[in-house]
Design a protein around this ligand. Structure first.
Ligand code: GDD
Ligand code: MN
Length: 395
């Protein structure tokens, strides 16, 4: 186990004019405790030289990890920092002093209370402030993105008012770096969504950038939307394929039954019941297979899924009948239309309710896994470079 203390991870991209002041203020904030500052630098200017200069006179150890191949951008830099940190408790902060180093003792103190693995410096809780964001547009975009993100992960992020901030403490024993797919700016979101961590927050005042310019851009915004979509709907594609197979089977069964002379409403009911069961089996096996660890909940999941799909069928089939009776289209076509509409509703219900993360249960198993990982980390060789190229492929 690493010694007690804290590593301040600072990702930098062309921050030469901010380094000295940052090191001065972080050193002040770290006074009286073990710590180090670890710059993970992707700069194209002389920031690395400045960091080396400043490290010569700094009261706390300063390390520089310069990357010639900046895989994963800002998020990739943070993950490299977590790997290379001297201490298990790490604080990630920007290198432009928008994140007040004076908050470090608050973050460390909150973590020391022992009930949180991640402590977020939030701009959105009592005493927090995001004035430093500058323009109203930037503020609006930031707030909107936060609300959208929270809507996507209502359960996981229920205790995180500011999942997009770049200022947070993380106990790296509780995250699996291999599970992270950093991709630009939103590394905290990545950590919160991909590992089961207990979250606490402290208020922060987001300051003005000291020198230089922000690297946030329209392209970063687009990358974020893609990132969010992947995080939330990565399974959507699989779910869609199975849903598609189910719909085709449904239509095939209906077609066969109506041709055998079964009344189309009954044919629709039978086709619906058969595909409900078939879909559930395929879903368990292929779509949500990483969330089905708890076999005792299989019957609960089936009950929820079965109930939902029957309610859905009870709403869908009358609509289908309505289309047949008033538009005089074929019952197969009407069924196809109704199935497409029902698909989206079904995915939302399954991902938010049936396969929603179950904190209590997962926490216990995660805890066991964390202990196991700790054991591995002590004995295992350093993580190999294969992991890096994997991170890069998502960038
Ligand atoms: N190593 C590395 N590689 N560092 C980078 C990179 C990169 O590709 N891109 C940016 N950085 C560093 C910057 O040098 C700075 O220290 C920090 O990451 C944040 O970059 P800024 O350009 O200052 O971003 P911002 O102020 O617009 O955005 C900040 O606030 C957002 C909240 O609105 C960041 O903290 C975001 O993560 C945060 O979401
Ligand atoms: Mn900034």
């Amino acid at each position: 186990m690493a010694p007690a203390g804290v590593t301040i991870i600072v990702p930098t991209f062309n921050e030469r004019d901010n380094v000295q002041e940052l090191v001065r203020r972080v050193s002040g904030a770290l006074e009286g405790q073990d710590g180090e500052i670890l710059f993970v630098d992707d700069s194209s200017d002389d920031t690395p030289e400045v960091i080396r200069q400043v490290s010569l006179t700094s009261p706390v150890p300063v390390r520089l990890l310069h990357r010639d191949d900046p895989v994963g951008g800002l998020g990739g830099a943070v993950v490299e920092g977590l790997r290379a940190a001297e201490y298990d408790v790490c604080i990630v902060m920007d290198g432009d002093l928008q994140h007040p180093p004076e908050l470090i003792p608050d973050l460390v103190g909150r973590h020391a209370e022992g009930d949180a693995d991640v402590v977020v410096a939030s701009r959105y809780i009592g005493g927090g402030d995001s004035g430093g964001l500058g323009t109203a547009v930037r503020f609006g975009v930031s707030r909107g993105a936060t609300l959208l993100t929270k809507a996507m992960f209502p359960i996981r992020l229920s205790r995180a008012s500011d999942p997009m901030t770049g200022y947070f403490l993380v106990d790296r024993r509780r995250v699996d770096p291999a599970a992270l797919r950093p991709n630009g700016f939103k590394i905290l979101l990545e950590i919160l969504v991909r590992s089961d961590v207990r979250i606490a927050e402290v208020p922060m005042e987001f300051g003005e950038r000291l020198h230089g310019t922000s690297k946030a851009s329209f392209a970063q915004g687009m990358a974020f939307l893609r990132h969010l979509t992947m995080l939330r709907f990565g399974k959507m594609s699989l779910f869609a394929i199975i849903g598609g197979i189910g719909a085709l089977a449904n239509l095939g069964i209906m077609w066969a039954l109506t041709h055998m002379g079964v009344e189309y409403v009954w044919a629709a009911v039978i086709a619906a019941e058969l595909t409900i069961v078939g879909n559930f089996i395929l879903q368990e096996r292929y779509v949500f297979n990483d969330m089905t660890g708890d076999a005792s909940r299989l019957s609960v999941r089936f009950a929820q899924s079965f109930a939902f799909n029957n309610i859905e069928a009870a709403l869908r089939i009358p609509v289908l009948a309505f289309m047949v009776e008033t538009w005089h289209i074929s019952s197969i076509l009407a069924a196809a239309i109704s199935l497409v509409a029902a698909f989206f509703v079904r995915f939302m219900f399954h991902s938010l309710v049936v396969y929603a993360p179950r904190r209590a249960v997962r926490k216990a198993s995660k805890q066991a896994a964390a202990v196991e990982r700790e054991r591995e980390r002590v004995h295992a060789p350093a993580p190999d470079l294969g992991a890096r190229s994997e991170l890069g492929s998502e960038a």
